[in-house]
Design a binder for this molecule. Sequence first.
Ligand SMILES: NC(=O)c1ccc[n+]([C@@H]2O[C@H](COP(=O)([O-])OP(=O)(O)OC[C@H]3O[C@@H](n4cnc5c(N)ncnc54)[C@H](OP(=O)(O)O)[C@@H]3O)[C@@H](O)[C@H]2O)c1
Length: 230
Amino acid sequence: MRSKNILLIGASGGIGTKLATMFTQDNLILHYHNHNPNKPGYSVAADIADYGAVESMVKDILDRFERIDVLINASGISIDGFVHKFSPEAWRKVVEVNLIGSFNVIRAVLPSMRANHYGRIITLSSVVFQRPMMGTSAYSASKAALVGLTRTVAIENASMGITCNCVALGYYDAGILYQIPPEAREEIRGAIPQKRFGEIEEIYRTIQYIIDTEYLTGQVISVNGGLYMS
Ligand SMILES: NC(=O)c1ccc[n+]([C@@H]2O[C@H](COP(=O)([O-])OP(=O)(O)OC[C@H]3O[C@@H](n4cnc5c(N)ncnc54)[C@H](OP(=O)(O)O)[C@@H]3O)[C@@H](O)[C@H]2O)c1
């Protein structure tokens, strides 16, 4: 089978850095924002909240690689605070990166995927929107809204060989998890029925399943050790 061109948004993050080592059969295009992962392969930078920057990044990739088969969005930020004290600017920032940023990247890659009659769009959401946690209103709202975006993109492009799905992650031993203080992390671990954090290999296998399964679209796949069951 032809190797795929995979654009990994957020390849510099805790999860993205590890995921980037796993797609050994494919051509990876590694996106970062502020921290160049300096890994072998082609790297591109953009603030995904800025549509102009995303559009020129995607043009640069298409000029070089001709097609993007798979888009994985593993960028995201979390700023926490109780709603009654939350800075409106900080709240907006979270939505701009997590939700509008995802829209911007999907918007920019879709025309070429539609022209190629093939595409896999995979966005990382979070268990936090399914199982609320105090202080996470902006993060949780942005991750919930990704589901609406995913389902709409799925039906708009279902006849074009393109699937669009979300992976709602539980807690993984990387990245954003380490913004949580150690005692709170241990409390979370204790609440997970499997009593452990997820491994990045488990995200990788879920993504491969999505890539390989054309009939799967518009879905939220929850991979969370039993923390939330829909
Ligand atoms: N870790 C977990 O347990 C967990 C659980 C549930 C969901 N998730 C989700 O999984 C994804 C990855 O999380 P992580 O733990 O790897 O987070 P992380 O280590 O904090 O990495 C965040 C990534 O987002 C990028 N980013 C931040 N602001 C950006 C912007 N304005 N434009 C473009 N990219 C931007 C960062 O790029 P630079 O570093 O280059 O600036 C980095 O690559 C996120 O969507 C997160 O919500 C993670």
